[in-house]
Structures are given as structure tokens and as C-alpha cells.
Design a protein around this ligand. Structure first.
Ligand code: ADP
Length: 272
């Protein structure tokens, strides 16, 4: 009986080892295909704006003098917009690397939602020329604790997506309210919407709903970064969409106070 037990465990062990090897091969294959998908997506995302910048500057250098002031301005605007796009893209890559290395530790400071939204919108001015932006922040919002730079990054990604996946001339609404000990921030658009079954997966790294047809350029990193940063603040992020072409809402909930921090009213030095 002992012999048959030993034979059985040897067989089980062998099978486990084989399973592990098969799993390793699968992971390597998946990593390889992910890597080549990422590389092709990265080169596309770098090349598209670069081609635009090269095209506009070449044209300006060659024929600039014969162009009207308006045309010259339009070409320069294209250069600026595309350079900003590259900047956001590189920013996302750097942020992802930091998050993965565990090097993104939020440095919370007392902040005001009006200020956060206002500063972000100012920085995105040229990106927002083709849409209408409405801001609806409830009065008497409390100060809350966030890493301002990281949260700006989150808001920028959400607004950039709202523009990217919406038609020209549509409205993007940014709302803010206070519920119990939470600050709720929403970015709503009137764009292509998100199929219900993907509302959770879009926060996974590299996941894109329309990746295959490449309707819009992108890497699928932005929302994964948003999630990493928001969760790093003890908050949550979610998406909802009533259906195709009926827009989307991205909702971020952040605790007013990061655990262990004091209230600025009780401790005025903390607010400084
Ligand atoms: P990227 O935009 O580079 O693909 P993100 O991580 O920012 O990467 O978004 C992941 C996917 O979620 C997008 O590819 C898109 O399919 C979907 N998505 C994000 N924001 C929106 C939005 N506002 N409207 C519709 N779909 C969106």
C-alpha cells in the first residue's frame, strides 16, 4: 500500500511540475505578445504626433512667408498640440514605471477642488478648444487632502479621454460634491460610451475597448494610472455608461482626510 502511495505521489508531483512548465510557457508567450503589442502601440503613439510636428514645421519653413498669418498660427498650434500630446504620453509612461516600482508615494497637502479643477483646465486650454466645458462644483466644499500634482495627472487623463472619445462641439461636464467624508469628482462626456461589460476592465493596464480598429490612438495606460493614484490616496474610481454613443461618466471618490492627518481648522499649521 505504501508503495502504491509513493507511486501515486510521484505521479502527482510529475503532473504538477508539467502543469507549472506549461503555465510558464503560457506566461512567456503572453508576455511576448503583450510586449510586441505594446511596442507597436508605443511606436504608433510616438510617430503620429511626430509626423504632424515634422509636417507642420517643414511646411512653415518652406512656405511660411507666403502663408497668411492665420494659416501660420494654425500650423504653429498644431505643433503645440502635438508636442503637448507627446508630453502627456511620456508623462504617463514615466508615471506607470513609478507606480510599478512602488515609487509613487502621495505627498498629501490640503487642497481645494475648485483650485484643482481650475489649474488643470488652464493647463489643458489648447486641448479643450473643440469642446464645451461646464464646471459644476457645489458651494462650500471642504478642503481635502491630496497630492496635488498626482491628482492633476488623474484629472488630466480623464479630461483628455473625454475629449478623445467624444465628437467635436460636445459638452464635457466636471462635477464636484461632498458626501459624508468623501469628495466626489465626476467627469462626464457625450461621446462613444463604454459597453457595460468593459466598464471594469478599462482600468486594467493595456486594455482598450477599440484596440483592434485603432479608432483613436492610445496605449491603455491612462486609466490604470488613474486607478493606481486614486487607490494610493485611499479612494475609488469607477466608470459608467448608459450605452453606445450615450457618453460616459468617470467618478472618483477621495477621502476628505488621509488617515493620520490633522484637520486644518484644528491645526492651522497643517493647512499652510
Ligand atoms: P487609452 O485612451 O490610451 O486607450 P486609457 O487607459 O485612458 O487608455 O483608456 C482605456 C480604454 O477605455 C480606452 O481605450 C477606451 O476604450 C476606454 N475609454 C476611456 N475613457 C473613455 C471615454 N471617456 N469614453 C469612452 N471610452 C473610454
Amino acid at each position: 500500500q505504501l508503495d502504491s502511495l509513493a507511486g501515486f505521489s510521484a505521479l502527482a508531483l510529475e503532473r504538477m511540475q508539467l502543469n507549472r512548465e506549461v503555465e510558464n510557457v503560457r506566461v512567456v508567450a503572453e508576455t511576448e505578445s503583450l510586449r510586441s503589442a505594446l511596442l507597436s502601440s508605443l511606436s504608433h503613439d510616438l510617430r503620429t504626433p511626430l509626423a504632424s510636428i515634422i509636417g507642420s514645421t517643414t511646411s512653415l519653413l518652406a512656405y511660411g512667408r507666403s502663408y497668411s498669418e492665420e494659416v501660420q498660427r494654425d500650423l504653429l498650434k498644431t505643433v503645440l498640440e502635438e508636442a503637448e500630446r507627446l508630453n502627456r504620453f511620456v508623462g504617463n509612461l514615466l508615471q506607470m514605471t513609478k507606480l510599478e516600482a512602488g515609487a509613487t508615494v502621495p505627498k498629501p497637502q490640503w487642497a481645494d477642488l475648485d483650485d484643482l479643477v481650475g489649474t488643470t483646465l488652464e493647463r489643458m486650454e489648447s486641448r479643450l478648444e473643440k469642446v464645451r466645458v461646464e464646471v459644476d462644483i457645489a458651494p462650500m466644499m471642504p478642503l481635502f487632502q491630496v497630492d496635488f500634482v498626482l491628482m492633476e495627472h488623474v484629472l488630466m487623463n480623464l479630461i483628455d479621454n473625454a475629449v478623445k472619445y467624444s465628437p467635436v462641439g460636445s459638452t464635457i461636464t466636471i462635477r464636484g460634491r461632498h458626501a459624508a467624508n468623501w469628495i466626489v469628482l465626476e467627469v462626464q462626456d457625450e461621446g462613444i460610451g463604454i459597453p457595460q461589460e468593459h466598464c471594469k476592465r478599462i482600468f486594467d493596464k493595456f486594455f482598450r475597448v477599440y484596440a483592434r480598429d485603432r479608432v483613436v490612438a492610445g496605449t491603455g495606460l491612462g486609466l490604470a494610472i488613474c486607478k493606481g493614484i486614486v487607490e494610493g490616496h485611499g479612494g475609488t474610481i469607477e466608470a459608467e455608461s448608459p450605452g453606445a454613443n450615450q457618453g460616459s461618466i468617470f467618478r472618483v471618490r477621495l477621502p476628505v482626510r488621509t488617515p493620520g492627518q490633522s484637520d486644518p481648522l484644528e491645526d492651522p499649521e497643517a493647512a499652510a
